[in-house]
Design a protein. Structure first.
Length: 321
């Protein structure tokens, strides 16, 4: 009869549905973090069901974990900053889409973008691997850092072995850039930055621009006997935009008159002096980068060993009764 029938919401069913009891094993697998090791999560829940909490990481392993995460997080921020600068440089030049037409575009901004993407990806592996205690990501990070160190060592050995020929090739490279100044936007940009930064003009002197067909005095164009704006002493003339006509007719002037408008010294000797003066600083920066990468590699390696030892200790512990 109705008196003996079980109510639709019995005490047992209400307790089962409303009381927050421990999760089932199928729920444990569903709630596990996708980047964290599922075995560790499952073991923690299982030991909790048995009335005993899972052991935490030792304080030394935790310090390694957060040091690895913070160092890679800082490198990620620096790489993203470099990526922003590179994209801004490509956008300012206004020829972002044209670079993909060449197989190897010689553009420093594009090289900066690709390098920043690579470094940020590797640093992201290190961040996630340390934070989520993921051995797979940490191993990928260690292998990438080892590859970086090998490539940097090879590059340093090549520069040291070919230092003399590299200095001799600077003059030839500058002359090629002057000849093809209007033909390549990349050479146009690079040579302008060199002349503006070092305050020089040409290779040996400002007369080297006679080698350019557009600036040669025998040219029938409007730029005949002129110089690029990057050769001018004051190319902006206290204004915001570049005055592209500041070097017009400079090659027709005598040396004294031209010296009041444009830089007379060539970029070859100035660039060599700059390199000799800054070799210690450049070498120090390279050594600092290698030391930082080596420290991160050691931290990641120690963290991998600590995590493996911690898992081995957990595996040998007796199961809860």
């Amino acid at each position: 009869d109705a008196a003996n029938q079980e109510p639709p919401f019995s005490v047992k069913s209400s307790l089962t549905t409303s009381h927050p009891g421990p999760p089932r094993e199928d729920q444990v697998g569903a709630w596990s973090c996708c980047c964290c090791p599922c075995g560790v999560k499952h073991q923690a829940w299982t030991e909790g069901l048995g009335g005993r909490l899972a052991p935490f990481l030792p304080w030394g392993t935790s310090c390694l974990k957060y040091l690895t995460f913070l160092s890679n997080f800082l490198f990620s921020l620096l790489a993203l900053l470099a990526l922003t600068v590179g994209l801004w440089g490509l956008a300012v030049k206004g020829s972002l889409g044209s670079y993909w037409e060449d197989v190897l575009p010689p553009d420093p901004m594009l090289v900066l973008v690709l390098g920043a993407l690579t470094v940020s990806t590797v640093s992201l592996f290190g961040c996630l691997g340390a934070l989520c205690e993921n051995s797979c990501l940490l191993r990928c990070f260690c292998r990438a850092v080892i590859l970086f160190l090998v490539l940097e060592a090879l590059a340093g050995a090549l520069v040291a072995a070919l230092w003399g020929p590299l200095q001799d090739s600077l003059e030839h490279s500058l002359r090629v850039a002057i000849t093809h100044y209007q033909d390549s936007p990349n050479l146009h940009f690079l040579l302008d930055q060199v002349q503006l930064g070092l305050q020089c003009c040409g290779v040996d002197s400002y007369q080297d621009w006679q080698q350019n067909l557009y600036f040669n005095c025998s040219s029938p164009g409007m730029q005949a006997c002129s110089l690029p704006a990057s050769c001018c002493i004051n190319p902006r003339e206290d204004g915001a935009s570049m005055n592209t006509r500041c070097g017009f007719g400079a090659l027709r002037l005598d040396e004294d008159a031209a010296g009041r408008v444009v830089h007379l010294e060539g970029c070859g000797p100035v660039l060599l002096r700059w390199l000799h003066r800054n070799v210690p600083a450049l070498g120090g920066c390279a050594i600092a980068i290698v030391l930082i990468q080596g420290t991160e590699l050691l931290l990641a390696t120690w963290l991998l060993r600590a995590l493996a030892a911690h898992k081995a200790v957990e595996a040998t512990e007796p199961a809860p009764l």
